[in-house]
Design a protein around this ligand. Structure first.
Ligand SMILES: Cc1cc2nc3c(=O)[nH]c(=O)nc-3n(C[C@H](O)[C@H](O)[C@H](O)COP(=O)(O)OP(=O)(O)OC[C@H]3O[C@@H](n4cnc5c(N)ncnc54)[C@H](O)[C@@H]3O)c2cc1C
Length: 427
């Protein structure tokens, strides 16, 4: 039965909403109700990280942590200085869920099952006295002159609440409701996707990984430069690259598309990708390396000796062929002009990006409610007293690796503390 009045309504039973509700209740707030539109709260947690849930990332210093958020960035210094990765690990640990770090810094539950994260959140909510109702979608909100809100639900139900937490993720209803209460929005665009190559022989190398490479995106044409005065940002990333049958994937590509999400959208997802397969070796050093191979490997064929250890043999042979150099040529017979062509291919291969490829394991949107409209110490709206905004609804998104959930835990926890402090029943 839908109650007629509740102290705190949390709209959205995702990770940010659950964290806000649990943190508020554990800090002393009472009478908290989570309204979830679908029959299955925490659905994204369940499907996240390939069913393992990448809960957070082993980046312990808030100053470094903010560098992983293309939208949010430095503004998140304050929130992360109060609740960051170490707090997340301790928070879940105190509730019986141990997080384990993998070699690349991602943290997963020891069980390797996202259902343990869902179970922990649902159990903690229950134990803290938080109520939840599924299949109840918030449709419209009226701010009352006397304070508090009248909430209308899809299907006709209504209830009053003293405070409201919007935790609706990227669902358009949350942005629409926030707009009705005076909030603006930064238009959503996709982030964290792979890059599709215009048809190219590199596709035959699907499955080849190179670590590290240096990637740089260039606009498709000078006409695509940003309008009036804004300097074109340089989009460069270093890290592991995976060649796929459609183009490029792997952490460096996902990071690149996250930071360049808005420019790529403006360019119609067409661009030139410059790949430095040596990840930053100077032309002189590379020349010296090839010159040494000409002497040391003189009698061997070019295709059988890779001048750069990170390259697989298949990729090296591809680069030789793309440069018009026969892989069966002996190193001793490599001419100076050919050597220069190879240096160019190793440091500056250029590929025409023809569109967006599929998403990686994570799927997030850039955009949402502008951070300037929110008090980031409490997550309360600066425009509407009693309204709190958390999670992906905000114009914050992180790169792949657990950063998106970390923002949910941090923003949810901060809202929870503020809700409890404002609660008449809190000690
Ligand atoms: C396939 C996939 C894998 C991912 N893997 C990872 C990962 O491993 N690590 C990581 O950090 N991030 C990952 N992400 C991103 C992460 O899931 C999101 O950043 C995060 O779920 C956002 O949390 P949220 O609580 O803000 O919103 P959501 O998780 O989207 O939750 C919002 C909830 O609100 C409900 N809702 C919406 N509108 C209403 C309404 N009007 N009334 C009531 N309820 C409403 C929705 O049904 C939903 O349950 C992944 C995303 C996807 C899609």
């Amino acid at each position: 039965m839908l109650p007629s009045r509740v102290s705190v309504v949390v709209a959205g039973g995702g990770p940010a909403g659950y964290m806000a509700a649990i943190a508020a209740a554990e800090a002393g707030a009472t009478d908290i109700l989570i309204l979830e539109a679908t029959p299955e709260p925490l659905h994204k947690v369940l499907i996240s990280g390939g069913g393992r849930c990448n809960v957070t990332h082993a980046c312990w210093d808030p100053r470094a942590l903010v560098g992983h958020y293309p939208r949010g960035g430095q503004a998140l210094r304050g929130p992360f200085s109060r609740f960051a990765t170490g707090d997340t690990v301790a928070w879940f640990g105190a509730r019986g869920l141990e997080l384990v770090e993998e070699a690349d810094g991602r943290l997963f539950p020891r069980s390797n099952r996202s259902s343990s994260v869902v179970d922990t959140l649902r159990r903690s909510a229950r134990q803290a006295g938080v109520r939840s109702m599924e299949g109840q979608a918030l449709q419209a909100v009226t701010a009352l002159a006397s304070g508090g809100f009248r909430l209308s639900l899809r299907g006709g139900g209504e209830l009053l609440s003293d405070r409201l937490v919007l935790a609706t993720g990227s669902h358009p209803s949350g942005l629409r409701i926030a707009a009705s209460l005076g909030h603006g929005r930064v238009a959503p665009v996709p982030s964290l996707f792979t890059l599709a190559l215009a048809p190219h022989p590199l596709a035959a190398l699907a499955g080849v990984a190179v670590d590290p490479v240096l990637l740089e995106l260039e606009p498709p044409s000078p006409a695509a430069q940003p309008p009036s005065g804004r300097r074109q940002e340089r989009h460069r990333q270093q890290g592991p690259l995976l060649i796929t049958h459609w183009g490029f994937s792997g952490p460096a590509t996902l990071r690149l598309t996250a930071f360049a999400a808005r420019d790529l959208r403006a360019w119609g997802y067409r661009a030139t990708l410059r790949v430095d397969w040596t990840a930053g070796l100077s032309a002189n050093d590379l020349e010296a390396r090839l010159a040494a191979a000409r002497v040391e490997q003189a009698r061997r064929q070019l295709g059988s000796v890779r001048p750069w250890p990170a390259l697989s043999r298949r990729l090296w042979v591809h680069l030789l062929e793309a440069s018009g150099v026969e892989p069966s040529l002996r190193w001793a017979d490599l001419g100076r002009a050919q050597q220069r062509t190879l240096v160019q291919a190793l440091r500056e291969s250029r590929y025409a990006i023809g569109g967006r490829g599929p998403f990686g394991e994570e799927f997030v949107t850039a955009g949402g409610i502008p951070l300037g409209e929110v008090n980031l110490a409490t997550m309360e709206s600066r425009l509407q007293a009693g309204l709190f905004l958390v999670g992906e609804l905000l114009d914050v998104d992180g790169v792949t690796g657990g950063f998106n959930f970390q923002h949910c835990w941090s923003s949810g926890w901060l809202a929870g503390q503020a809700l409890a402090a404002a609660s008449p029943t809190a000690a």
